[in-house]
Each structure stands twice: as structure tokens, then as C-alpha cells.
Design a protein around this ligand. Structure first.
Ligand code: PRX
Length: 656
């Protein structure tokens, strides 16, 4: 393969209005080009200036980039700061009474927290953690519902220099167990319940199950935030281990001095799927990561002091780290945090909330947009959305028709849409339009941010001028993944492969560039699926299936899905005979539940097919391209001459 064919052609172009451009932080194409030119001429000078101007330092750095241990790049490493100090304390002199968080609960009650209050909440909780012995470098798991407390927990860890690892509340006990063990966490912070769409999510009970699975020797305490009345969310209590959040903070002072940390010290670990079974613990630094969050708030979201910002992502994902827990606070912004789901009580919830809170910048995922079009495409019209001035998307390519609907129905035709390409590993936006400078095209994430050197190469590392290839970043950037927790070798192998002499960061996506130099993301090049904007490794789902006592072998592929982007199709060989009829249906239902228990409900296969075997080459390799064709319901026109057992294809095409 030297190029990858692209079939999408999209010619519509949407330049920013004169009004938007005039007021934008980066105003006009020349201003964007000037920033890029500055970075190209003096890369370290550019990033050094950004870091000095955008972050508050306790001790200034003297070296911008240390490449001596490449690809373990260190940014600003002899400088010292504290991320929570940057997000809270530095705003207090001027913004103490400004609202930082507007929390809307599942049932619509609203709580507002000013920067002064946030400072007290974080201070008290940090003092609570301190009293439990939590100190710099300790790992703390956060397994929380969307809440003010989740942000407080993350900020409190940052304040102490402790390393948080947030686990999405939809993940199973097994996933939580693996993360506690891998991170060697001392503490889990959870809640007696999460409440989403009127339903109780038993986070504390799942935590108990996770610990009961064994191996969590590092774990000392479980701190429980009381989200629901105890009668509505019954939980078991492990004396000596479990501790109520409110008891922990009851006698603690409001002020907790920040612990100054090295710029390169880890801020957090966030586990994400890779192409092998075990999730990767993506480790981010403190200063470089925060700089990425701040710059993208300013450049891509064009943040202004009177904006009301709303990113709908859960704090369990990278988007909820960079654009809920850190970015908006680091710029002193006001943001909405939402506990519930977009479809409860109906598919107009987002639009109702935008009207209610006068949201001006709204950031969500294409999968949410597509499902809201389907469930209530006319609902935005019933709300006054005139407060909006900018829209954003993240997580997967947005299909041009959904883009147009978002643009017209939600944005009233007047709001630029920033389609932001980035990853857990990049920490913040990489490719995205600066909305007052770059004309947008539906479905394209447009151009790299200033200082981000993106390119498209073939498998030998040679630049691909036209057509598709592998997306790479050719120079280290501050918010880049620092290493994989406990697995530096895997870090090197995954992101800095030898084929590229270890020079380029390989994103794992394919992309092509059009005549204007705009980037179009085409999808993953590895065995990673993108289901509703969430990354899942095929291997993880396969391992989960094979762990079931009935299953001998499994192969998982993705199939395009109009709502989820990709849906999971599993091909399964049972230890016993190939089932059919009612028995087959029952086993399918059991296996789906099994995967939900092993990984989480998002990983449930949409479709399961049984065969006596899987299509393999004579050397025993599973022929995934055939499985992909079967999953899509395509007739197989490909060459099957290398196939050991061609008869199997017929079986796998049949559903039970
Ligand atoms: O394939 C790309 C897709 O999501 C992957 C990263 O997933 P994750 O680490 O879970 O982070 C998601 C939120 C940043 C990428 O490798 N992706 C993300 N944003 C876009 C995208 N694909 C196309 N367009 C995007 N805007």
C-alpha cells in the first residue's frame, strides 16, 4: 500500500463572517499564518513564549525542550508549577465571584459554583486526601458520575501532585479492577450512585465488585460521595476501608497550599484502547498538557471572558479532562456540566439547556448529533439558541449531512463549526480550524494548530503529496503523551515505530489532504474501533469473548453504523456445536451481557455470528478483510484462494 483511496468529495466552503473574524482572538488567515511561521522559524522560541505567557509558573523554566532521551521528550522540565493553582488560585484576585461551574443534574436542578467556592471545595477535599496520606506521585482512581465533585476530585489530586486516573462510570468492575491494579492506586473515589436518564448507576457496588475480584493490594481507602439518598442507592459498607466524602472534609480547612511539581511530572494517567488486549495507560505531563488545553481554548474555541462554554463529554474520557476539568478553568471560564443524557426526558434536552444557560460555545460528538437528528431533528427550532456563537465536534469524522444540520438547525447558519481532530495521546486539539481565520468544509478538520507539524506519509515514511496515507506529527509537541504507564517499550513501539526511525509520532489514523492542504481523516489504520466516538480495541473485545467458558475462538471487526459510526460484529466459534434457533439467540444474548460485564456496555457486539471455524490463511492468520466484508453484508469478490477453509464463509454469513 502506498496510498489509500478516498471516496468522499465535498466542495462546500464556509468562511467565518466578517463580524466573527473581526472579534476573533486569531483574526484572519494572515494572523494564523503568522503564528505558524513563528513556530516554523523558531520552534522552541515559539513554545517557550506560549508557556511563559499562558501559564503561571512557581519557578520559571530555562530549557524549553529536552530531546536527549527521545522519544521521551521533556518540555519545560526544570520549571515548577501546579495545575490546580493555574486553574483556580491565579483567577481569585479578579474572578473570585465569577461562576466557574453551572451544574445541571439529571432532573434539572441547577447548582452554581464560583471560583471562590471552587477554591474552598478543592482546598477542603485536598486537605482530606492529605489526611489520608495521599502525597505527590500517588495514584488515585476517580470513578465518579458527572458532577462538581468529580472536577473537585481531579483538581484536588492535581493540587497535591497526586496522579489521578479517571475511569469512565460506564466501565465494568473488571475494567476498574484492572486499572486499580495497573496503576497501583492507593485510593478510589466513587459515589453511592450516578443518576443518568432517571436510572441509578451503582458505582459504589461496582467498585466493591472490582475490589472483590482480587489483586488490588495497593488499595487502602474508598471515598464515597453521597450523590443519592441512601435509601435510593443501598450500598454495602466496608468498615475501615470506606469513608464518606462529607465525613472526610467535615473538619478540614478551606485552604490547601498547592504542592509545586516539576513541569514534566505526571498529572494523570488515562487508560485507552490499543490494538492489543491490554488498555494503554496514557501518561500526561503537567505543564505541557495544560498548555495544550489553554492554547486550544483560546485558538480553537476562541474563548472570551463572557462566554458560557459547554463540552458535553464525560470526565471519564480525554475530552472531559481537557475541556471540562482543566481547559475551561485554566482560562477562567464559566462552563456548564451536565449529569444526564441528551435524550432524557426527551431529545430536546441539549437545546433546552443551551437556551436555559445561554450557552455560547457548544462542543459535542457526531454520534450525539446523529442520534438527536434521528430522534428529534425539528426540536432545536423550539428553543432560543441565539446565545450560541461557536459549535464544535470531536471523536470521529462527522458526515457532511450531519454537519449541515448542526450548522443550520443548531447554529442558525451563523456559528462556525470547529471539527477537532485529536486523541487521548495528544491531550488537546491537533488539527482544527481557528474559527476566525480558517474557512471550514463539512467533514474536514482543516489545518494543524500553530506549532503542530502534521503530515501524511506512506509506510516508508515518505511524504504523500496527494491521496491518502498515515497521519503523523513530525515534531514533538508539549501536550504529547509522555509515556505509557509502566510500559515504556510499548510506548515506543506504538507511537514511534522503527519504520520512521522513531522520528514521527504515528497517530494510528489514515488521512488525505485536498488541494487547499486541508486534512480529511479517513479512519483508524490499526485494530481499533470507534464506537460512538469511543475507542475500543478489537483484541479487547475478542479477549473478553474468549474468556467466556462457551467460547473457543473469536474475531471482532467494525461495520459502518449510521448512528454509532462503527458497530461491533463478532464472529465466534463455540467449544460445543454451532448453535441455531432459540439456543443460538440465547447464547448471543448471554455473550452480549458477558462483554458488557467484562468491559462495559459500550463494548457489546451489535451482531454475533457463529461458525465451526474462522476463515484463516494456510499459515493460520485470521482473514479479517473477509470478516469485514461479511459484517457489511457484501458479497465476497475478493480472492479466497489462500483460504484454508472456504466453506466457512457461508456459515458466517448466516445469522441465527
Ligand atoms: O480516529 C480518530 C478519532 O478518534 C481517535 C482518538 O480517540 P480517543 O483517544 O478516544 O479520543 C477521542 C477524543 C479526542 C482518533 O485517532 N477522532 C477523534 N476526533 C476526530 C476523529 N476522527 C475524525 N475527526 C475528528 N474530529
Amino acid at each position: 500500500m502506498s496510498t489509500i483511496d478516498s471516496i468522499l468529495t465535498e466542495n462546500r466552503v464556509f468562511p467565518p463572517s466578517d463580524d466573527f473574524r473581526r472579534r476573533a482572538r486569531v483574526s484572519g488567515r494572515e494572523a494564523y499564518d503568522a503564528l505558524c511561521a513563528e513556530a516554523a522559524t523558531d520552534y522552541e522560541g515559539f513554545w517557550g513564549r506560549q508557556a511563559r505567557e499562558q501559564l503561571a509558573w512557581h519557578k520559571p523554566f530555562t530549557q524549553v525542550l529536552d530531546e536527549s532521551d527521545a522519544p521521551f521528550y521533556r518540555w519545560f522540565h526544570d520549571g515548577e508549577l501546579n495545575v490546580s493553582h493555574n486553574c483556580i488560585d491565579r483567577h481569585l484576585p479578579l474572578l473570585a465571584n465569577k461562576v466557574a461551574l453551572i451544574f445541571e443534574s439529571d432532573n434539572g436542578t441547577v447548582r452554581r459554583v464560583t471560583y471562590a467556592e471552587l477554591s474552598r471545595l478543592v482546598g477542603r477535599f485536598a486537605n482530606g486526601l492529605k489526611s489520608l496520606g495521599v502525597t505527590k506521585g500517588d495514584r488515585v482512581i476517580v470513578y465518579m458520575p458527572m458532577s462538581i465533585e468529580a472536577v473537585v476530585a481531579m483538581q484536588a489530586c492535581a493540587r497535591l501532585g497526586a496522579i489521578h486516573s479517571v475511569v469512565f462510570g460506564g466501565f465494568s468492575a473488571k475494567s476498574l479492577n484492572e486499572r486499580i491494579i495497573d496503576a497501583k492506586a492507593r485510593l478510589v473515589i466513587t459515589a453511592n450512585a450516578g443518576i443518568r436518564g432517571g436510572k441509578v448507576v451503582p458505582l459504589k457496588t461496582t467498585t466493591d465488585e472490582a475490589v472483590a475480584m482480587g489483586g488490588c493490594d495497593s488499595l487502602e481507602r474508598v471515598v464515597v460521595y453521597r450523590r443519592a439518598e441512601e435509601k435510593d442507592a443501598p450500598i454495602e459498607w466496608h468498615r475501615g476501608r470506606d469513608l464518606w466524602w462529607h465525613d472526610l472534609v467535615a473538619d478540614k480547612p478551606d485552604v490547601c497550599e498547592p504542592t509545586w511539581v516539576g513541569a514534566d511530572d505526571p498529572l494523570f494517567i488515562l487508560y485507552t484502547s490499543g490494538s492489543t488486549g491490554k488498555p494503554k495507560g496514557v501518561q500526561h505531563s503537567s505543564a505541557g498538557y495544560l498548555l495544550g488545553a489553554v492554547n486550544s481554548m483560546n485558538w480553537v474555541f476562541d474563548y472570551k471572558p463572557d462566554d458560557i462554554f459547554w463540552c458535553t463529554a464525560d470526565v471519564g474520557w480525554i475530552t472531559g479532562h481537557s475541556y471540562v476539568a482543566y481547559g475551561p478553568l485554566a482560562v477562567g471560564g464559566t462552563q456548564v456540566i451536565f449529569e444526564g443524557v441528551p435524550t432524557y426526558p426527551d431529545a430536546g434536552r441539549f437545546w433546552q439547556m443551551i437556551e436555559r444557560h445561554k450557552v455560547s460555545i457548544f462542543y459535542t460528538a457526531p454520534t450525539a448529533i446523529r442520534s438527536l437528528i434521528k430522534l428529534g431533528g425539528d426540536l432545536p427550532k423550539r428553543h432560543d439558541l441565539s446565545s450560541l456563537r461557536l459549535l464544535g465536534t470531536v471523536g470521529e469524522p462527522i458526515n457532511p449531512e450531519a454537519w449541515m444540520w448542526y450548522h443550520e438547525q443548531v447554529g442558525g447558519g451563523r456559528c462556525p463549526i470547529v471539527d477537532t481532530w485529536w486523541q487521548t495521546e495528544t491531550g488537546s486539539h491537533m488539527l482544527a480550524p481557528l474559527p476566525g481565520a480558517i474557512a471550514t468544509k463539512p467533514g474536514s478538520c482543516t489545518l494543524p494548530l500553530p506549532g503542530i507539524m502534521a503530515d501524511i506519509v506512506d509506510e516508508t515514511g515518505a511524504k504523500v503529496e496527494t491521496g491518502g496515507g498515515f497521519l503523523v506529527i513530525t515534531r514533538p509537541f508539549p501536550s504529547q503523551v509522555r509515556t505509557l504507564w509502566g510500559d515504556p517499550e510499548r510506548f515506543k513501539k506504538s507511537y514511534f515505530p522503527e519504520e520512521y526511525q522513531g522520528r514521527y509520532y504515528l497517530a494510528g489514523d489514515s488521512a488525505h489532504r485536498d488541494d487547499d492542504g486541508y486534512f480529511w481523516i479517513m479512519g483508524r489504520i490499526d485494530d481499533v474501533l470507534n464506537v460512538s466516538g469511543h475507542r475500543l480495541g478489537t483484541m479487547e473485545v475478542e479477549s473478553a469473548l474468549v474468556a467466556n467458558p462457551l467460547v473457543a475462538e473469536a474475531a471482532v471487526v467494525g461495520r459502518p453504523d449510521p448512528l454509532k459510526g462503527e458497530a461491533i460484529v463478532a464472529f465466534v466459534v463455540l467449544k460445543g456445536a454451532r448453535p441455531s434457533g432459540e439456543e443460538g439467540k440465547r447464547i448471543i444474548a448471554d455473550l452480549r451481557e458477558w462483554v458488557a460485564k467484562e468491559i462495559g456496555a459500550i463494548a457489546k457486539p451489535e451482531d454475533i455470528r457463529f461458525g465451526d471455524n474462522l476463515p484463516k490463511t494456510r499459515s493460520g492468520k485470521i482473514m479479517r478483510r473477509l470478516l469485514r466484508a461479511i459484517a457489511r453484508g457484501e458479497t465476497i469478490t475478493q480472492d479466497v484462494s489462500t483460504l484454508e477453509n472456504p466453506a466457512i464463509l457461508q456459515q458466517l454469513q448466516e445469522s441465527v
